[in-house]
Design a protein around this ligand. Structure first.
Ligand SMILES: [Zn+2]
Length: 121
């Protein structure tokens, strides 16, 4: 189950399903245990925070501003597809070796090595 990572932080990915289907974004974080990832600007959820003085209704005649936090909700990795920087298209990842002989993620279409993770994750 714990395959080699196909998608890592910083990758450009294509969203295959859901509300933001067809969009592209940059992976902000991957949560391998959950099998999910957050993508910049994708699957935004709004969280309403409680006004600080909820009981004091209509104070000043206006509702408090800034009570909504927007953040990316994690998406299942299965809904994301790696976008090859060379093909500029969503593609599958093939695991192989880059020209230096190190293990690398390669574009299944053109063989272009994908960017590597900072910490070998
Ligand atoms: Zn490619």
């Amino acid at each position: 189950m714990a395959d080699k990572a196909n998608i890592i932080k910083g990758d450009t990915v294509f969203v295959r399903r859901g509300r933001d289907k067809g969009k592209r974004g940059t992976v902000k974080a991957v949560f391998p245990a959950a099998g999910t990832a957050t993508v910049e600007g994708i699957n935004i959820v709004k969280r309403h925070t409680k006004p600080q003085q909820e009981q004091q209704q209509n104070m000043g005649g206006a509702l408090p501003n800034g009570g909504i936090i927007e953040k990316e909700a994690p998406l299942p990795l299965s809904t994301l597809m790696y976008v090859c920087e060379k093909c500029k298209a969503p593609t599958r990842i093939r695991h192989g070796r880059n020209p230096d002989g190190r293990a690398a993620r390669l574009c299944a279409k053109c063989g272009e090595p994908a960017r590597e993770s900072a910490k070998g994750a």
